[in-house]
Write a protein that binds this ligand. Structure first.
Ligand SMILES: [Zn+2]
Length: 165
């Protein structure tokens, strides 16, 4: 038998996909939450004498006296072979896995660090922090302000003359 899956992949599927996620979301097994502890319909006997071992990421049926890891749960519930169950889990697990993100990446651009954006949005702020304002710079700012005031003045005049009409 050829090995289709790396041991890393298999241990990822067994240990890193939360067993409750497999039960509730991926397989949509009927669940009960009576005493604050989640139990699920055993894929073998359909009974609810079950529990979830979060620490070891296993589901257990006390009736069948059997533990199920995520792959085994899929095998029993979907009546699929080991290989098909692993493939199915890989397809349905929506956590981004390093190797398998090519499709998902096209759906949105990756988040960007705010520190990378800010200097582009506020270049003047960043520049001013680094340099002491020289006299020339201050004069330039005053001139700029004067220009702005002049523009505002013209705008107000235009507005008021419009009202007067
Ligand atoms: Zn059972």
């Amino acid at each position: 038998m050829t090995r289709r899956f790396s041991s890393h992949e298999l241990s990822f599927l067994r240990n890193k996909i939360p067993i409750a996620h497999v039960i509730e979301d991926l397989l949509s097994l009927p669940t009960r939450n009576n005493t604050g502890k989640l139990s699920f319909a055993c894929p073998l006997c359909k009974g609810f004498d079950t529990s979830i071992n979060y620490k070891h990421n296993l589901a257990r049926c006390f009736e069948c006296r059997q533990n199920f890891n995520p792959i085994e749960l899929v095998m029993h519930q979907r009546h699929t072979s080991f290989v098909d169950s692993v493939k199915w889990l890989k397809r349905h697990d929506c956590k981004p896995e390093s190797k398998d993100t090519s499709i998902r990446d096209t759906q949105g651009s990756p988040p960007v660090n705010i520190g990378d954006i800010l200097p582009k949005i506020l270049p003047s702020l960043v520049d001013q922090k680094n340099t002491n304002p020289s006299l020339e710079a201050i004069i330039e700012r005053i001139l700029n302000l004067e220009l702005q005031v002049q523009k505002l003045y013209l705008l107000i005049e235009k507005q008021s003359s419009a009202y007067q009409r």
